[in-house]
Write a new protein. Structure first.
Length: 242
């Protein structure tokens, strides 16, 4: 009984209370890459949420086919006082339905959640993304102070999300972006090997690293970073399967 009450409280009562205060609604949907969309969500007093780049919410879109389920999606841009953005990969019926959302659709949100948020330590930072794992790192890339290097691993050019945005952020802040695109055979080896990472990021062993991507990629990346001399406590990981 206690569990049921807690579930109703956190999954129903709390989001409804947040909706009454913030009035979340869909502003629009934008195609970012094949099978990947961004959803822009508007609202009131969103700065009171105290959301940080790298965090996620559980979203419930109040349409006939979607109202009954909530799903976690990270913010893909720095949160603003009246607008949030999430980015979703087409992995099934739910994400396909999101592409058909209409402006004005009401939204319930639980959060923000997650500790995948950067701290300004004064050291350089490596952001290492795989596929749609770029989503929270794109928000971090735009806001984290200091010297930042972004390494983005993708299977093909068509799988790169936010390229124009990433290039513009890099140019504005004097950051570095490396796109590692193609299969291992096409690239000529492991693009995330310790040797390659050290060549792309001088002084890597003195920096912090934030890694986000599919579970297999993140595990391999952590092993490579450790082999490259990055201390385990400076490696921050978010597995991104949805």
């Amino acid at each position: 009984m206690t569990v049921a009450v807690l579930v109703l409280w956190y999954r129903v009562a709390v989001p409804l209370r947040a909706y009454r205060r913030h009035r979340f609604e869909v502003l629009g949907v934008k195609a970012e890459a094949p099978g990947i969309i961004s959803i822009y969500i508007g609202g009131m007093r969103l700065d009171e949420l105290d959301a940080e780049p790298g965090q996620f919410f559980r979203w419930r879109f109040l349409t006939r086919s979607l109202w009954w389920s909530s799903h976690p999606y990270s913010l893909s841009a720095a949160p603003g006082p009246d607008r949030l953005r999430i980015t979703v990969k087409d992995l099934g019926d739910h994400s396909q339905a999101l592409a058909r959302l209409r402006p004005g659709t009401r939204v319930l949100a639980e959060g923000p959640y997650g500790a995948f948020t950067p701290a300004d330590t004064g050291r350089g930072v490596l952001l290492l993304a795989g596929g749609v794992g770029i989503t929270p790192l794109r928000a971090i890339f735009a806001t984290l102070p200091g010297h930042v290097t972004l390494v983005y691993r993708a299977s093909s050019e068509r799988d790169i999300v936010f390229r124009d945005e990433l290039d513009a952020i890099a140019a504005a802040r004097g950051a570095t972006v490396h796109y590692l695109v193609g299969s291992r055979a096409e690239i000529g080896g492991d693009p995330l090997s310790p040797r390659v990472l050290r060549s792309l990021v001088p002084g890597l062993d003195q920096q912090d690293a934030y890694v986000c991507g599919p579970a297999g990629m993140t595990s391999a990346a952590v092993r490579a970073l450790r082999a490259a001399g990055v201390p385990r406590q400076r490696i921050h990981v978010e597995s991104f399967e949805f």
